[in-house]
Design a protein around this ligand. Structure first.
Ligand code: FUB
Length: 348
C-alpha cells in the first residue's frame, strides 16, 4: 500500500494486483480457445476455408512485471486452426523459435500472417541484440508453417505489432506501432534515440504507421508513413486523450467498402476503431469495440468467416489475472445498419 502511495509500483503491477482479486468473480462471454498453453494477441485470417490464428505464446518468466513489458518474454510462435466457428482448435505446434531468427534476441511479441500466390508470410516483432524492436518476416508453403525467417529485419522497420491487410486489388499493407514498451516514442525524430520522448498532453498523439508491402512480401515498398487518427472535427487526437489515442495493436479490415482501423488504447484498456476511405487513412474516430478485459493489455483482430464477423481477443481469466499469461478468445462482432460496430462487453 505504502509502495503504491509512493508510486513505487508500475501500472502493470497495480492492475495485476486488482485483477487477481477480481478474476474468480467474473463470468466471461467466451472461453479460452485453448487451455494447454497461454496465448495472446490473436491475429486471425481465413485461408483455404479455415480460420487460422497466429497468436503470441505467453510463458512464465522471472522478468519483473513493469510498464516496459519485460514480463512478456515470449520465445516462439504456434499456429492454430479451426474448421468452423464451433470446432475443436488444432495446435500445429511451434512454427518459429527466436533461436532460429539470426537478428532477434528476445520478446517475440504480437505477430500476423498473410498469403500471396500460395505462399504464407509471418510478420513478427522482436528485440534485436541492441534492445531495439524491429519487424521480421518468415515464409512457409503452408499456413501452418513451419516458417523460415529472413536473415535481417525488414529494412526501415521499427516498434511492434505488425498487422497485414490485403485490399480487394491484392495489394498488401502493413500496419504497426506501439508506445511505452513498444518504443514508438523513441522514433519521434525519425531516428532511434535511446530515451523516451512523448508529446505534451495537448499536442497530437504519436501516430501508428503504415507501408505498402513489396511484391515479394519481404520488405516495405516505401518508407513507413504516419496514419492520422482524427476526431469528429477533423483534428488529430491529442496525446492526453488516453481514451481515444493510439497505443498499440493496430488492425485494418474492410466492411461495405469502408476501411476500419482499430487499435488498443493501452493504459485505458479499450479496443476502439476509426473509419476512412483509404488504407492510408485518415481515419475518423468512431467508438469502442471491446470494453476492458481482465489483464493490463488488450489486443485483437477481426475476420469474416462464412458471412459472420468475429472478434479475436485475449484476457487473463485462465491464469487468474496474471497480466503476462493471457488466453485467446473469439466472439461474434456485429454492425448496425449504418456500419457502426456494436460495443462488446467481455463479461456478463
Ligand atoms: O504481447 C506483447 C505485447 O502486449 C503486444 O505486442 C502488445 O500488443 C500487447 O498485447
Amino acid at each position: 500500500m505504502l509502495k503504491e502511495k509512493l508510486n513505487l509500483i508500475s501500472d502493470a503491477e497495480r492492475v495485476q494486483k486488482q485483477d487477481m482479486q477480481k478474476a474468480a468473480s467474473l463470468t466471461s462471454i467466451a472461453e479460452p480457445l485453448v487451455t494447454h498453453m497461454y496465448t495472446a494477441d490473436p491475429s486471425a485470417h481465413v485461408f483455404n476455408g479455415k480460420i487460422y490464428i497466429y497468436p503470441s505464446h505467453d510463458i512464465e518468466t522471472d522478468s519483473p512485471v513493469n510498464d516496459n513489458g519485460d514480463q512478456y518474454a515470449m520465445r516462439d510462435y504456434h499456429v492454430f486452426s479451426l474448421d468452423s466457428e464451433l470446432s475443436e482448435v488444432t495446435d500445429h505446434g511451434c512454427v518459429l523459435d527466436v533461436a532460429d531468427v539470426a537478428w532477434a534476441e528476445k520478446q517475440m511479441w504480437a505477430p500476423d500472417a498473410a498469403e500471396k500466390n500460395g505462399k504464407y508470410y509471418l510478420y513478427f516483432p522482436a528485440r534485436d541484440y541492441q534492445g531495439v524492436f524491429r519487424l521480421g518476416v518468415a515464409s512457409a508453403d503452408q499456413p501452418c508453417g513451419p516458417f523460415v525467417a529472413e536473415q535481417q529485419p525488414m529494412q526501415g522497420s521499427f516498434s511492434i505489432d505488425p498487422a497485414v491487410f490485403c485490399d480487394d486489388d491484392g495489394q498488401h499493407y502493413i500496419y504497426f506501432g506501439g508506445i511505452w514498451g513498444g518504443q514508438l516514442q523513441r522514433w519521434a525524430s525519425g531516428k532511434y534515440q535511446d530515451k523516451d520522448i512523448y508529446p505534451a498532453d495537448d499536442a497530437p498523439a504519436l501516430l501508428p504507421k503504415v507501408a505498402k508491402l513489396s511484391d515479394d512480401m519481404l520488405e516495405f515498398a516505401h518508407p513507413a508513413q504516419d496514419i492520422q487518427v482524427i476526431d469528429e472535427n477533423g483534428e488529430l487526437i491529442l496525446a492526453g486523450d488516453t481514451d481515444r489515442r493510439f497505443f498499440e495493436g493496430p488492425w485494418l479490415h474492410k466492411y461495405q467498402g469502408k476501411y476500419y482501423f482499430s487499435y488498443s488504447t493501452g493504459d485505458t484498456h479499450k479496443i476502439v476503431y476509426a473509419t476512412g476511405d483509404s488504407p492510408y487513412g485518415p481515419f475518423t474516430y468512431q467508438g469502442v469495440i471491446l470494453e476492458p478485459v481482465l489483464g493490463w493489455t488488450t489486443h485483437h483482430s477481426i475476420a469474416e468467416y462464412q458471412g459472420k464477423w468475429y472478434l479475436f481477443y485475449h484476457d487473463c481469466t485462465l491464469s487468474g489475472g496474471q497480466t503476462h499469461l493471457r488466453s485467446m478468445k473469439m466472439t461474434e462482432l456485429t454492425y448496425d445498419k449504418q456500419g457502426n460496430i456494436k460495443t462488446i462487453k467481455p463479461y456478463v
